[in-house]
Design a protein around this ligand. Sequence first.
Ligand code: NDP
Length: 306
Amino acid sequence: MTADPVLTLDDLAKWSRAGVSLAVLGHPIRHSVSPAMHNAALADVARDDVRFADWRYFRFEVPPEDLPRALELLHRGGFHGVNLTVPHKVLAFGRMAAVDPAARPAGAVNTLLRRADGWHGFNTDGYGLAAALRENLGRDLAGAHVVLLGAGGAARGAAVECLQRRCASLTLINRTRTNLDSLLELLAPLAGGIPVTGLEPTSGDFARHLPAGALVINATSAGLKATDPLPLDLNVLPAPAAVFDMIYNPPETALLRAAASRGIPTANGLAMLVHQGAKALEIWSGVSASRTAPAMATAARAALAR
Ligand code: NDP
């Protein structure tokens, strides 16, 4: 069997592969570049270390209602590790035998490690974000004034990471007030004195609330399609220091184009994807994320160009 096909629960029910198997579950999963990234990194490390010669990473199309059964079958089938993507990260949280303390506040897991008592959950998205900001923009979350767009799963993880790394202030902007309020409520006990503010993009007088030189992070899905509206009109902000968009396909969203045309440094979400993947592989294999990230980046770029 190759690592390429999109597999299903039926394939999982009759799983009998001898080597070390890893998987990503999502719905939809067809466009995921994670199998390409992980298998390239595994082939690369196997050249130096024969222990990894039989490690392979597979993708499974799993709708949300089948997640409990899939997790059970993966454990029974001897899978060593699992990645979760949309829409499973929050759904799986309550099904873990244990959750890494750093992943608990986000209420979401993207990396599962097999243990005898069940799956142990981790979240490497925050690490991926911080590593990407450093690599692409030379920026640290620590001490930064962060303007975070969105209040969904990705924004939740990013907001927790900002607070855990002690940003200077956190301003959340989301079009739906109720979702914004839920996130503000979740963050309140974590703020530890850091000012956390919530705004709707339509609430006029932005400049009064927002710090100059902020790090703007788009964690909305606005920009995935060419017809999407901008998640924020950059004209309403005092000049930001940099704009990061978690979206990597398309590689340049309208928000990044608008920022670049104003001379603001920009980066898309590709390095975040790579670094969260490299950290997941580190959790499963013990091979450091910095060792595998370059092979993952090359493979991700090639997969996206296809
Ligand atoms: P969710 O569906 O959980 O949240 C979507 C968010 O986007 C909500 O805040 C929603 O606002 C907002 N939104 C959607 N459409 C619009 C619009 N037209 N205008 C303004 N806001 C909008 O998605 P996720 O949080 O899981 O993912 C968000 C993005 O982050 C996706 O593009 C995803 O691909 C990317 N991502 C990238 C990663 C990486 O490694 N690079 C990792 C994880 C995510 P509302 O509350 O008003 O509905």
